[in-house]
Design a binder for this molecule. Structure first.
Ligand SMILES: Cc1ncc(COP(=O)(O)O)c(C=O)c1O
Length: 400
């Protein structure tokens, strides 16, 4: 009420950022905290990409660029879509923003009218529902069960769609579950979408490169070219290229939508950082060989975490195909009391007590729209992960 806008009241602060900030504050007080709440690789940005950023500074490429990205980076993105997904986009069909988050935001802000519905498979990334609500839309969760590997069933998608549905927002490999889809599983979903021509598809492919055990990535417009005309394919450099701080995200899609998104950006942040854009050109056009090397390390960590969590009382942890998250159930701990006397009634109680008693920061499932679960990011050293899992085992073992 009063000074602040109504739209601000419709959203909450990002839970993942909130937990991580609380954990960092405890660490600053001298507590030994292991942060499993942060969604970013611990690996450094590859040297050739850093060098491209440094070269951009040295050569004075430090001025404004076109508001929605410079032509050199758009061409590198066109090349990436063609090379990796056989998707044909023209330069005019590409937009570049300050992180994937801004691109998703622009896509929704440019299209949502009050009352429009957005179908979001849940559990889902914390920001989707809040951005939809900020834009005046209504998030509609399509629930994905642990027994199904947290993958969306076609009939659940079909039931979630109404005449008011504007977008289907899709993300695989998924944050927070790591679930990834085979071509056949995606085709089953695109068959449903073909039946509903008024529904547009926003696919967030941010974790596309982070897949294990031989899984291959497919994106929606590639699996079903008939959806190309109503699909926004969103991606970014944060995760696979270890560039979270550089803030480069991008999308390919139909020209009128891309133009509308660029118009919004021209009146808000203007261009993404010019230095980051030049680093982005190198990321997309340069060597990609560090990606499988990093993935090997992530896979070892995933296996370690899944195995140790499944040896914790009351925890069940499925093994995901991709990303760097696991999404275990803590249902078996509900109703119990910690060694320090705290009652665990829900997943928020579980992560709060875990942080306070054992110094391990994880994010509660309610933040991702499905309880009673919690999310762990395993983008940390094996030693830290082992220690964190030992603490979780001790915490769960002491519950009464
Ligand atoms: C599913 C998903 N999409 C988008 C983003 C945004 O990434 P960025 O804005 O860093 O490019 C994230 C980051 O955590 C994410 O997990």
């Amino acid at each position: 009420m009063g000074f602040f806008s109504d739209s601000l009241n419709r959203i909450s602060p990002s839970a993942t950022m909130g937990v991580s900030a609380k954990a960092r504050a405890l660490a600053a007080q001298g507590k030994n905290i292991i942060i499993l709440s942060q969604g970013e690789p611990d690996f450094d940005t590859p040297q050739n990409i850093k060098d491209a950023g440094i070269a951009a500074i040295q050569s004075g490429k430090t001025k404004y660029t076109d508001a929605d990205g410079m032509p050199e980076l758009k061409d590198a993105i066109v090349g990436k879509f063609k090379r990796e997904h056989e998707l044909e986009y023209k330069r005019s069909q590409i937009t570049v923003g300050t992180g994937g988050k801004q691109v998703l935001f622009n896509g929704l802000m440019a299209t949502i009218n009050p009352g429009d519905e957005v179908v979001i498979p849940a559990p889902c990334w914390v920001s989707y529902a809040d951005i939809v609500q900020l834009c005046g839309g209504k998030p509609v969760f399509a629930m994905c069960k642990m027994e199904d590997g947290y993958k969306l069933r076609p009939e659940v998608l079909d039931q979630a769609i109404t005449p008011k549905t504007k977008w289907f927002m899709f993300n695989a490999p998924s944050n927070p579950t790591g679930a990834a889809y085979s071509k056949e599983e995606l085709k089953a979903l695109t068959d449903v979408l073909l039946k509903h021509p008024h529904v547009w598809v926003m696919t967030d492919d941010m974790y596309e490169h982070l897949l294990y055990d031989g899984h291959k990535f497919w994106t929606i417009a590639q699996v079903e070219p008939r959806l190309y005309e109503r699909t926004l394919t969103v991606n970014g450099l944060s995760k696979a290229y270890c560039m979270t701080g550089w803030r480069i995200g991008y999308a390919g899609g139909p020209e009128p939508l891309i133009k509308a998104m660029g118009k919004l950006q021209s009146q808000s942040t203007s261009n993404p950082c010019s230095i980051s854009q030049w680093a982005g050109v190198e990321a997309l056009n340069g060597p990609q060989d560090f990606i499988p090397i990093n993935n090997e390390k992530f896979k070892v960590r995933r296996d370690l975490v899944v195995s140790m969590l499944n040896q914790s009382n009351g925890i069940k942890c499925p093994k995901p195909e991709g990303a760097f998250y696991v999404y275990p159930s803590c249902e078996g701990t509900l109703g119990k009391t910690t060694a320090s006397g705290k009652k665990i009634n829900n997943d928020e109680d579980f992560v709060t007590a875990l942080l306070e008693d054992e110094g391990v920061a994880a994010v509660h499932g309610a933040a991702f729209a499905m309880s009673p679960f919690f999310r762990i990011s395993y983008a940390l050293s094996n030693e830290d992960l082992e220690e964190a899992c030992r603490r979780i085992q001790r915490f769960c073992g002491n519950l009464r």
